[in-house]
Design a protein around this ligand. Sequence first.
Ligand SMILES: *Cc1c(COP(=O)(O)O)cnc(C)c1O
Length: 424
Amino acid sequence: MNSKELFEESKKYIPGGVNSPVRAFRSVGGEPFFTRSAHGSKLFTADGAELIDFVCTWGPALFGHDHPAIRTAVEKALKNGTSFGTPSEAELEMAKLINKMIPCAQMVRMTNSGTEATMSAIRLARGFTGRDKIVKFAGCYHGHVDSLLVKAGSGALTFGCPDSAGIPADLAKLTLVLPFNDAAAVDECFSKFGGEIACIILEPYPANVGLIPPKPGFLKHLRGVCDKYGSLLIFDEVITGFRVAAGGVQARENVMPDLCALGKIIGGGLPVGAFCGRRDIMEHLAPIGPVYQAGTLSGNPLAMAAGAAALKMILETNPYAELERKSKFIVDAVLEASKRKGVELRAPMAASLFSFFFSGEDVVNCDVAMRSDTRLYSKFFKGCLEGGVYVAPSAFEICFMSAAHSGGDLSKAAEVMAKSIANL
Ligand SMILES: *Cc1c(COP(=O)(O)O)cnc(C)c1O
């Protein structure tokens, strides 16, 4: 079956034909392609097309798809069985790697997804502080956790329903939503409710409404506010951890959160999440503390093997300077093309992450991102796809560079993307 036939058939059995909404291409129009296999920098579709992939399975493929070292590690682990339901040495190895790489990670608990990681981190923050309210920022996506699916980015934003049906209003009331990069709004919120706020949770570089860099000093300001009011600072580094630096944004910007959520990259392409942080807080978790959290497949040996292989490669190769150089090559080519064409474009980037806003204003928060021209983005997306380049299928998702993208991939991609801009 080709993609069209597969999609028609899938819609009979899977809501919308997909297992995660953004895959349906609703925001850029048209129908999704189905992938048959993925190797290195490329996706191979059910229609026989070969695409240069800048989505990288939404982050995990930092070293490209099907990397030999990760495949070998999984094959080796597979020989010993797929799941034990008991502690295993691979979990200790993973915890030690995260402890070594992520500055705040005195202790680590593994989960199966980023959603579980953020959900558990806010429960822990509430259990530790004895407070119920939490603060998040508009446009920050933290997975589909009830309390956090309020003014969230990513698919929720694309579909124009930041507040999903099925979330009790009484629960959403405990989530205070502020504009990103607005220190005065944070101060005002805390002067009113400071004593009731368990935590601030944020993506330190929001990457689910496109990429939004924090203003200088904003992250440090949040650290200060949390210290003043006895609230916890939680960085959701599910995307940024291991994508902008080995130690995440906390290392790059030198701001230490109390807790941190991880995911995507730490699974090396298998389903994994984790949360980590200060020992005195993490020791509030069951079985030694009163905050319950669990997972039948948490710390799964195949996932640990894949993730550990990826993290060890990061330690061995420190790929970030090279990734930054490659992202800049693409971003510069697209900016140059848009200048020639006379369309206004903003293209923020950080190491292996970059995104394109068709906007004449610097994008400092979700509201500005929402004002960008999504119709132009959809045309840009389609032009790229027709030329064999897969960029994020939504104006509000970001693109990912991998270590596997070759010089040839990049020059071809730059050419296709520039042509797509010229044809807007
Ligand atoms: C993807 C993502 C999540 C959710 O992770 P899942 O594994 O999809 O549940 C949480 N936070 C951020 C910042 C993400 O990008």
